[in-house]
Ligand binder design. Structure first.
Ligand SMILES: CCCC/C=C/CC(=O)SCCNC(=O)CCNC(=O)[C@H](O)C(C)(C)COP(=O)(O)OP(=O)(O)OC[C@H]1O[C@@H](n2cnc3c(N)ncnc32)[C@H](O)[C@@H]1OP(=O)(O)O
Length: 363
């Protein structure tokens, strides 16, 4: 649907509203909130209802989105709504078309960029405007990408981030749900977490993290399941679980104390101390730190040289190291996921997420 000098007509708007009802694929919470806000602004004007109670998570998030539009004119909101729906319809149209094999690989991932070159498969988190915060879709796509990488003919697999962050961890809007959905969503979240971490425990080839910028939460704890961790000196490592009413995951309740000693692990995992790249390297979480100005060049030169080493020897050596603790890691992963399932339903966790969503608290 094209824009006109006058903006979208009422007819365009109504047709977009109807198109939304036919949309097959869930566009995700973020887009749904935007659509809601623009619909309300287009039909009722600026937000005019009382702010919902703090525990009414879903209505509060909707109210915030509508209220954030301020005095945006109805015509502009109508046009924005039409544009949003038009973007969604064209992407779902194109995904339903049959594509040639080569295209399908690229189109398969919406939140990642996956490339293979010089014996290296690179999985890049690609949500730079949200600091590569991990949505449910992203966890699922990372698992698919790891499975594909485990079977391709590359020697090394790399995970990195696009933009200024490696990743800001779990996307906190994953928790924007109504109270009656909470139990079921926590149950599904725990399964997703267990399966996600399980893919890293079982990954059969050398796995390298290229930590291009700050890392938060699960994007820090998962690092101990990599074989090499290269970090820019701009990167920081932050696990603010207690601040979020949550507890450690990705086996870190076991791997961090064994890596850096219980006292240093407690400082990070219980008290949320943020480490610089140099500190993380001193504690054994990072293999090597590079100046940000030469980070990409130095790291990729190093990895290209490693990727020429005998592939099977690398793979077998990695598996020999991992096999000593694989069973234990899976048991710890299951237990941590079970505990988080309970935590996600706690008032402490809900309050922390509400604070983030209402921008009272930032790390
Ligand atoms: C099923 C699996 C469960 C696994 C469990 C894992 C536990 C964890 O990972 S806990 C860690 C959770 N992460 C956080 O608590 C980080 C929250 N984010 C922040 O504190 C700040 O955004 C951050 C310090 C990372 C960056 O601050 P700024 O540089 O000031 O940028 P902005 O805050 O303006 O961020 C830009 C944009 O991105 C959105 N964002 C960033 N991180 C997240 C996140 N983790 N979840 C949701 N959204 C995130 C932020 O809201 C901004 O969005 P807009 O306002 O729409 O522009």
């Amino acid at each position: 649907m094209s824009k006109t000098a006058m903006g979208a007509s009422q007819k365009d708007f109504e047709s977009a509203v109807n198109q939304m009802k036919l949309l097959k694929k869930d566009p995700g919470n973020e887009v749904k909130l935007k659509l809601y806000a623009h619909y309300k602004q287009a039909t009722e004007g600026p937000c005019n209802t009382p702010k919902p109670a703090v525990f009414d998570l879903i209505n509060k998030a909707k109210w915030d989105a509508w209220n954030a539009l301020g005095n945006l004119p109805k015509e502009t909101a109508r046009q924005n709504y039409v544009d949003l729906v038009s973007g969604l319809s064209s992407s779902s149209d194109s995904s339903s078309q049959v594509k040639p094999e080569a295209d399908r690989k690229q189109a398969g991932y919406e939140t990642l960029v996956m490339t293979s070159e010089d014996g290296i498969t690179k999985i890049m988190l690609n949500r730079p405007t949200k600091m590569n915060a991990l949505t449910t879709q992203m966890y699922q796509e990372i698992m698919l990408a790891l499975e594909a990488a485990s079977k391709d003919d590359s020697t090394i697999t790399v995970l990195t981030g696009n933009g200024s962050y490696f990743s800001s961890g779990n996307d906190l809007t994953n928790f924007v749900i109504s109270p009656d959905e909470l139990e079921e969503r926590a149950r599904r979240g725990a399964i997703l977490l267990r399966d996600f971490v399980g893919c890293f425990i079982d990954f059969p080839k050398p796995l390298v993290a290229v930590v291009n910028g700050p890392a938060v939460g699960i994007s820090v704890t998962i690092l101990r399941l990599f074989d090499l961790v290269y970090a820019s000196d701009r990167a920081t490592f932050h696990t603010p679980f207690s601040h979020l009413g949550q507890t450690p995951e990705a086996c870190s309740s076991y791997t961090f104390p064994s890596l850096m000693g219980p006292a240093k692990a407690a400082e990070m995992l219980i008290f949320g101390k943020k480490l610089t790249a140099a500190e993380a390297c001193a504690r054994g979480l990072v293999t090597e730190v590079f100046p940000d100005s030469t980070f990409q060049k130095e790291v990729w030169t190093r990895l290209k040289a490693y990727s020429k080493l005998p592939r099977n020897a690398l793979r077998i050596s990695k598996q020999m190291i991992r096999n000593h603790e694989k069973e234990k890691l899976h048991a710890i992963n299951a237990e941590e996921s079970r505990i988080l399932q309970e935590r996600w339903q706690s008032d402490e966790c809900m309050n922390a997420i509400m604070n983030f969503l209402s921008r009272k608290a930032k790390l």
